[in-house]
Design a protein around this ligand. Structure first.
Ligand code: NAP
Length: 310
């Protein structure tokens, strides 16, 4: 039987692993299908303390992985948790097709990009519709082409700025008349001549599934109720995230946004199950706060195992 299984390999998961491994609990970490989580889809991280010149997201995750493994974390690479039973003292976690028993679980499954849910979006995913500019922006199909980013937060600003390296012009489409992003990011976007912000507008449709590629988007100005066609070759959706908590529904308590509910630190509604990072936090959602919560979950799990002496 395992002492503790960690589900997820973002900042929260690796940090929990570092702490649990140093506590000699030999944790087993299941990476999921996208090891490293959302930070592996970003470029320069400028606000993680300790890196005065910034650090590339994938490099930061690789360093955390090495640190966790150095202290004895065992890793199931590219494995996915497909089912979960947590009502007894002994928890059961199905990893791919195999059930494993464990005394405690740390859930750090993160979140995935939210979809616009408009006609044409799903048909044209990977054919010009993308949820990650840093993953796809450099593709030849986007070079010197007009590109659209939708959203008004830090992610949308970051994506728009990144895409200026490749695009002829970047249109940032936002549904309100003010950006939600932090002032430093908003300022960079508003001062970038290659970015044109289209305010008070939503995307109604992505064209053209018949041609099997993105040729434009239909915009609706929500103030004036006018629609018009904006030609573009790519659409980058950056409108927030939804937590990856489907497999826990009905097993541990979630809130109305499907975030895992925690009390007294990182305890979930089930004893011995702890949760941390973006699957819990809909407010701060930073690499450093996820890492901090990973540390908290590890300390909570360690205390639980010691006190309950299962
Ligand atoms: P976010 O801050 O929640 O912003 C989501 C944006 O998408 C908002 O502007 C929202 O509009 C818009 N939106 C939501 N649903 C929409 C829909 N259906 N149609 C059109 N627009 C929609 O998400 P985020 O930008 O991913 O950032 C998440 C967190 O990560 C934040 O705390 C952010 O600070 C952090 N982050 C930080 C950095 C950095 O520091 N460099 C980089 C990326 C992310 P409204 O404004 O009208 O609500």
């Amino acid at each position: 039987m395992e002492e503790v299984i960690i589900i997820g390999s973002g900042c929260a998961g690796w940090t929990a692993a570092i702490y649990l491994a140093r506590a000699k609990l030999s944790p087993l970490l299941v990476t999921g299908s996208e090891p490293g989580g959302l930070l592996t889809t970003t470029t320069l991280v400028e606000n993680y303390p300790g890196f005065p010149l910034g650090i590339q997201g994938p490099e930061l995750m690789e360093a955390m992985r090495k640190q966790a493994e150095r202290f004895g974390t065992r890793v199931k690479y590219l494995s996915v948790v497909t089912d979960f039973q947590c009502d007894g003292k002994i928890k059961r976690v199905k990893i791919d097709d195999e059930w494993l028993e464990t005394k405690a679980v740390v859930i750090a499954v993160g979140a995935r990009p939210r979809k616009l849910s408009v006609p044409g979006e799903s048909e044209l995913e990977t054919k010009g519709v993308s949820y990650c500019a840093t993953c796809d922006g450099a593709l030849p199909v986007f070079r010197n082409q007009p590109l659209v980013v939708v959203g008004g937060g830090d992610s949308a600003c970051e994506e728009a700025l990144y895409l200026t390296r490749f695009a002829s012009v970047v249109y940032l489409v936002h549904r309100r008349n003010a950006l939600r992003a932090s002032s430093i990011m908003a300022e960079r976007v508003l001062n970038e001549p290659k970015i044109k912000v289209i305010w008070n507008s939503v995307i109604e449709k992505v064209l053209d599934p018949k041609q099997d590629r993105v040729t434009g988007v239909v915009l609706r100005n929500v103030k004036e109720e006018i629609t018009n066609l904006l030609e573009c070759r790519g659409l980058f959706v950056a409108i927030g995230h939804v937590p990856n908590t489907q497999i826990f529904e009905g097993k541990i308590e979630l809130d109305e946004k499907k975030l895992i509910k925690t009390t007294e630190g990182t305890r979930t509604s089930m004893a011995g199950v702890f949760a941390c990072g973006d699957c819990v936090d809909g407010v701060y959602r930073q690499a450093v706060t996820a890492a901090g919560m990973g540390c908290m979950a590890a300390i909570d799990a360690e205390r639980y195992l010691r006190e309950k002496s299962i």
